[in-house]
Design a protein around this ligand. Sequence first.
Ligand SMILES: NC(=O)c1ccc[n+]([C@@H]2O[C@H](COP(=O)([O-])OP(=O)(O)OC[C@H]3O[C@@H](n4cnc5c(N)ncnc54)[C@H](O)[C@@H]3O)[C@@H](O)[C@H]2O)c1
Length: 251
Amino acid sequence: MPVPRAQFHDLKDRAVLITGGGSGIGAALVEGFVDQGARVAFVDIDERASLDLVERLAAPLYIPADLRDIDAVKKAAQTAATALGAIHVLVNNAARDDREPLESVTEESWDESQAVNLRHLFFMSQAIAPHMRQAGGGSIVNFSSIAYLLNMAEIPAYATAKAAIVGLTKSLAGKLGPDNIRVNAILPGMIVTERQKRLWLRDADIAGMQERQCLKRSLTADDLVGPCLFLASACSSGMTAQTMIIDGGAL
Ligand SMILES: NC(=O)c1ccc[n+]([C@@H]2O[C@H](COP(=O)([O-])OP(=O)(O)OC[C@H]3O[C@@H](n4cnc5c(N)ncnc54)[C@H](O)[C@@H]3O)[C@@H](O)[C@H]2O)c1
């Protein structure tokens, strides 16, 4: 059954920047904000998927960039602000959940994981905060994961980054709250996207998670759209420094 979508009227015409918006959950978020009448820009490294999305929705601005490169992060923030005006909503969604067990992790692969899963969230927030201040406030939504709470053996570097995102969220919320900028995190559970099915998820994994969840169905990218719109909207105006778990009751 499709997940229904509410209308958050204050998001109309809002300037929204989403990282990793080219595919997966990010693409559903781009579509969700476009449907609200927001003015949306998204950053992604995958040009093919991103251009397909732009063609399908005919509305968002695609900014190609590799978020591991902090100069590129800063340029992308500036490009978005120049095109859309003061950014009011930032969704830090981009990540890459490589599996790499304890024995295989090297200094290089550890740093690579932190670069793709953690570092850009800080520097994008740093670059966008002045634009939000100028707009009189804003909302930052950081994508963490329940993966760091599940004792998953194959993802030490990814789990570390996803745990750190909660600490980063709370610190940024403390710093930016006086400027009316709210910062919250979403922790998705198992979200069955095409990429997850292609790379990692076997039928037994999906069945095992459904067994564990209170809700006996697979969650999809659409299940994250409503929660993210809510955190972006002034409907959650009293809420900052919080984590929102969307996992069908797996924890
Ligand atoms: N799918 C899940 O089950 C799940 C579970 C928990 C948390 N999450 C989190 O939700 C978010 C979205 O997950 P997803 O499953 O849609 O991921 P995904 O891998 O399908 O999509 C991530 C997007 O980020 C982009 N990206 C990756 N590296 C980049 C880089 N260096 N520069 C620019 N763009 C880059 C990719 O091209 C892709 O479009 C992530 O933060 C992920 O950790 C997902």
